[in-house]
Design a protein around this ligand. Structure first.
Ligand code: F6R
Length: 617
């Protein structure tokens, strides 16, 4: 995810903002840039540099830094959303006259309309980003209103913007000022002695100060070396004392969670929200997927979808098959990419290939994609890492926008992949037979998901207690049907990969065809049993396990008191549409695996023998 740093004070800004950028590297990025205001000759000028790739590449461009003298600066690491990760698209962006410079995290949703208006007025754009629109908009307003202060103009411009933003902005003509704004994208001020450091998270400032003022959504801070003034976008002054933080940099990166995996599990309400942002039109029951606009006509004619992926992403694809066939009426096949590449897949006219990959670099998924391309099939991707090989090589696609996933065990990437598959179902379904009523229903339920996932997470202590009760067991069977069959597979994968406890996932319908032979009082089963169209069948399977004295933990829907009568333990999830239940039912399984690994003292973020991105076969 993108990172912002800013400095204003008595020291040279450049080394401090570069330190801040390095501290934000853990968030993942694909390009970086700095802008510093300093006195050059008679007046103030802004010197800036940007580079794709690592911060070391940017440092190479800065040379010994003497060109970048000055006590005020802003910097940015970019995780591309609009436009490739290259030099021009990197931040900070500037206006036509190189006066105003701006670093932005978030998305300007209405940038297309604003941009065409500004182009008509003669503004010259250099990049493909949504962000650049904002800097020209501020310029436009500043030119038409020379008597207002810089911050007043910024506020006026922001009133025209729809979207999310954390911003650090400077203007050469007011060289002793930085304006920082937060709206659904974190931003804070590190308060030093006659200096301020802005950071999109605390790790960017911790080397210099532990006194932090957190900005809230809808707040703007105006910083000069000697003071800061915070007010709301409605112009109400905000008084907020700094807080002293006692975390280490490592802890700051993990946001006070003991492991990245825990952080990533608990941030799922936010990551799902990020995957949905700007993509739903609930009143029309539509999904707007900008990345698929160029192939919209081909998708309308598509006769079959072939999904290929590995591991967790493959299980997401399996859930996608149920969604796409039930609601979009489009035949869908799901393949393990490692199998797809070596069998002889038969393609037909109207086939569309879809690769799903968090990293965008998984060797088998990439090989499957290349095979499909070679056969002339239109290829799509659902990818998290912007600019990754799979993202670049597919014809079109949808980014997950969830920031880097650092824990080796995939968690937030899975729920985000399911979110995008649901959006794709809506998109393809509405191109076909899906009614506006069904479309609206799906869109409304999707909108609720972040809140519902938050409710499941709130029950984490109950899950921890249940895990303790079963901590001596060395084998688990995970069972589910229909939408929750792939969730059973994913739950078992999570447990084995981080706690090294043997777990098997199985379709509950297949249980009697073999796995039930394992069951006795020492072998617990975890049943996915939400109140859906297959609940009756699943509850019969539970009874069959109980009849063989097997302990049962069930994931059931709130309000189903019945389950308690014939299981040992129940974890409840809120009600939602059947096709969306996997996004809720997987969360207790992630927590189950996490707590089980903690009890065993395992290295949760770096399980043995596993790599985050499997770039070899
Ligand atoms: C499991 C896990 C792996 C990945 C798989 C695919 O927790 O992380 O199974 O899901 O290696 O990785 P991506 O999505 O990067 O292609």
């Amino acid at each position: 995810m993108c990172g912002i740093v800013g400095y204003i004070g008595k020291q040279r800004a450049l080394p401090i903002i570069l330190d801040g950028l390095k501290a934000l590297e853990y968030r993942g990025y694909d390009s970086a840039g700095v802008a510093v205001v300093g006195k050059h000759g008679k007046g103030f000028q802004v010197r800036f540099a940007k580079a794709p790739g690592r911060i070391s590449v940017l440092e190479g461009k800065l040379g010994d830094g003497t060109d970048f003298e000055g006590n005020v600066g802003i910097a940015h690491t970019r995780w591309a959303t609009h436009g490739e990760p290259n030099e021009v698209n990197a931040h900070p962006h500037h206006d036509c006259k190189n006066n105003i410079f701006l670093a932005h995290n978030g998305i300007i949703e209405n940038y297309k309309d604003l941009k065409s208006e500004l182009l008509e007025k003669g503004h010259v754009f250099c990049s493909e980003t949504d962000t650049e629109t904002l800097v020209h908009l501020i310029e436009d307003m500043r030119d038409s209103d020379p008597n207002s202060t810089f911050e007043e103009v910024v506020m006026k411009a922001l009133r025209r913007v729809r979207g999310t933003y954390g911003l650090a902005i400077l203007d050469r003509r007011e060289p002793e000022k930085i304006v920082a704004v937060r709206n659904f994208s974190p931003l804070l001020l590190g308060v030093g002695d006659g200096e301020y450091i802005i950071g999109s998270d605390a790790s960017a400032v911790l080397k210099y100060t532990r006194q932090i003022v957190y900005l809230n959504d809808g707040e703007i801070a105006v910083l000069t070396p000697s003071r800061h003034h915070i007010f709301t976008l409605e112009n109400q002054t905000v008084m907020r004392a700094p807080q002293e933080i006692d975390w280490t940099i490592e802890q700051a990166e993990r946001g006070n969670y003991p492991h990245f995996m825990a952080k990533e599990i608990f941030e799922q309400p936010e990551s799902i929200e990020n995957s949905l942002r700007g993509r739903l039109v609930p009143e029309e029951g539509l999904a707007k997927l900008g990345g698929l606009e160029s192939v919209e006509k081909d998708l309308r004619k598509a006769k079959r979808l072939i999904i290929a992926a590995c591991g967790t992403a493959y299980y997401a694809g399996m859930v996608g098959k149920y969604m796409l066939e039930e609601y979009a009426g489009i035949p869908t096949e799901v393949d393990l990419a490692s199998e797809f590449r070596y069998r002889k897949p038969v393609f037909r006219e109207g086939d569309i290939f879809l690769a799903i990959s968090q990293s965008g670099e998984t060797a088998d998924t990439l090989a499957a994609l290349r095979e499909a391309k070679q056969k002339g099939v239109l290829t799509l991707g659902i990818v998290n890492a912007v600019g990754s090989t799979i993202a670049r090589e597919t014809d079109a696609g949808v980014y997950q926008h969830i920031g880097p996933e650092i824990g080796v065990a995939s968690t937030k990437a899975f729920t985000s992949q399911l979110t995008i598959l649901a959006l794709l179902t809506l998109f393809l379904g509405r191109q076909r037979e899906m009614s506006i009523t069904i479309g609206r229903r799906i869109a409304e339920e999707l909108k609720q998901l972040p809140i519902l996932v938050g409710r499941v997470l709130a029950g984490h202590q109950n899950i921890q207690t249940i895990v303790k009760k079963y901590s001596a067991h060395r084998n688990f069977l995970y069972l589910g049907r229909k939408y929750n069959f792939p969730v059973a597979l994913e739950g078992a994968l999570k447990l084995k990969e981080i706690s090294y406890v043997h777990a098997e996932g199985c379709s509950a319908g297949e249980m009697k065809h073999g796995p039930i032979a394992l069951i006795d009082e020492t072998f617990p089963s975890i049943f996915l049993a939400p109140s859906d169209s297959v609940y009756e069948k699943v509850s019969s399977n539970i009874q069959e396990i109980k009849a063989r004295r097997g302990p049962v933990i069930a994931i059931g829907t709130e309000g189903n008191g019945d389950l308690k009568r014939f299981t040992n333990d129940v974890i409840y999830i809120p009600k939602t549409l059947e096709m969306l239940t996997p996004m809720l039912s997987v969360v207790p399984l992630q927590l189950f695996a996490y707590y089980a690994a903690l009890i065993k003292g395992c290295d949760v973020d770096k399980p043995r023998n596993l790599a985050k991105s499997v770039t070899v076969e």
